[in-house]
Design a protein around this ligand. Structure first.
Ligand code: SF4
Ligand code: SF4
Ligand code: SF4
Length: 362
């Protein structure tokens, strides 16, 4: 299943975070600890469920979602109530740093958990650190060990200059942990900021190393994927759910189409398409922005019009392209050689469902 088929309502539960990762792009530590308003979630979820009958809920955050674990429990109750007896599928993206009680609840109530782990261990120790600047790797791996016997677990891997050339080693490590799905993403400049160059990677270097690790992962039976190849095994005009748009509810009460536009004051404003009115208990939508997002199809991207892989690349992630180019219809030219290289290397023996296994969303 190609990634554009993955449709969830996303609840960004809080801005609070209990880590201080060196490359953090959300700047969660600079924000006040704002938890999402569950009345807002109920209103948006009711509309989404009624309109789509797609009972899938994704817990994400500007910080760490489990910093608002009571909110997660409440939203789960709301979703089950609104679904009226239909089964609801829950997904959580987390840094894996929480206590045994939280782990127990997650293992028993969440269908799929993506844990961020920037292996190998010595790299993660340097990058994913606590506010006291101590490593978090031990806690992360303990969480993975515990949850893997209770629910479905995948790893979210951020690739920086520190682990760029160690992707095969990371795959081995994760395979030994008993996990069979890894999504990686290269470190990018954060929205409105410039990340320290000691973390950012060259995209073509990342692509070359990724391919080697992907081949290695296949031999081990591990799915290794990333946001450049997500749609390679499909055929679509649209890159992802952001083009529908499907709701991502921000802690400060906005409806966004995308994880990267995580607050009302985001510089990538075109991706914000609604606002919660807490007085009236209603959501006001911005129809022009919704129309604009819906028209973000690869046929409307002039520079992609004669690209031979336009229906597999789909113009790439619009949050990232907007961040780089200031225009959702403008591709990131620096990325195109890397995407084309990856397709050329991988298409020869690609298998259906390889880049976004259907069992991870159903
Ligand atoms: S866990 Fe996520 S939000 Fe928290 S500091 Fe790390 S990257 Fe930032
Ligand atoms: S970051 Fe990219 S893949 Fe994720 S929701 Fe936004 S546009 Fe889609
Ligand atoms: S590789 Fe570049 S030109 Fe081709 S579809 Fe993707 S973004 Fe457009």
């Amino acid at each position: 299943m190609a990634h554009y088929n993955k449709k969830f309502i996303t609840c960004l539960m809080t801005t609070a975070c209990n880590l201080r990762c060196k490359y953090c792009i959300t700047s969660s530590m600079e924000r006040k600890n704002i938890h999402i308003d569950t009345d807002f979630v109920r209103a948006a979820m009711q509309e989404y469920f009624e309109k789509t009958r797609n009972f899938k809920v994704r817990f994400y955050s500007v910080g760490e979602p489990t910093q608002n674990i009571e909110g997660i429990k409440k939203v789960r109750e709301i979703a089950c109530d609104l679904a009226g007896g239909e089964g609801v599928y829950f997904e959580l993206l987390t840094n894996g740093c929480f206590d045994d009680e939280v782990a127990e609840w997650i293992g028993n109530h969440i269908h799929r958990v993506w844990v961020s782990y920037d292996g190998p261990r010595d790299v993660c120790d340097q990058i994913r650190v606590t506010p006291e600047d101590t490593p978090s790797t031990g806690r992360i791996l303990k969480t993975v060990e515990r949850l893997k016997d209770m629910t479905s677990v995948g790893i979210g891997l951020t690739v920086s200059l520190f682990n760029l050339r160690r992707q095969k080693e990371i795959i081995d490590e994760i395979h030994e942990l008993g996990i069979d799905c890894v999504i990686s993403k290269a470190v990018l400049n954060p929205v409105g900021k410039t990340v320290d160059d000691i973390y950012a990677v060259d995209i073509i270097d990342y692509a070359r190393e990724f391919v080697e690790a992907w081949r290695h992962a296949r031999e081990l039976g591990v799915h290794y994927t990333n946001d450049l190849v997500f749609n390679f095994d499909g055929h679509s005009s649209f890159y992802c759910r952001a083009c529908e748009p499907t709701p991502h509810l921000t802690p400060d009460g906005f409806v966004s189409s995308c994880d990267r536009a995580f607050s009302g004051d985001t510089p990538i404003q075109d991706l914000i398409y609604g606002k919660w009115d807490a007085q009236r208990k209603e959501i006001d939508y911005f129809p022009e922005r919704m129309d604009n997002l819906r028209s973000r199809r690869v046929e409307n991207m002039e520079e992609c019009s004669d690209c031979e892989i336009r229906y597999q690349c789909c113009g790439h992630c619009l949050g990232t392209t907007f961040q780089w180019t200031g225009d959702i219809f403008q591709p990131i030219r620096e990325y195109c050689p890397a995407i084309k290289f990856l397709y050329g290397e991988m298409k020869k023996d690609m298998r259906p469902g390889e880049f976004w296994p259907v069992e991870y969303t159903n």
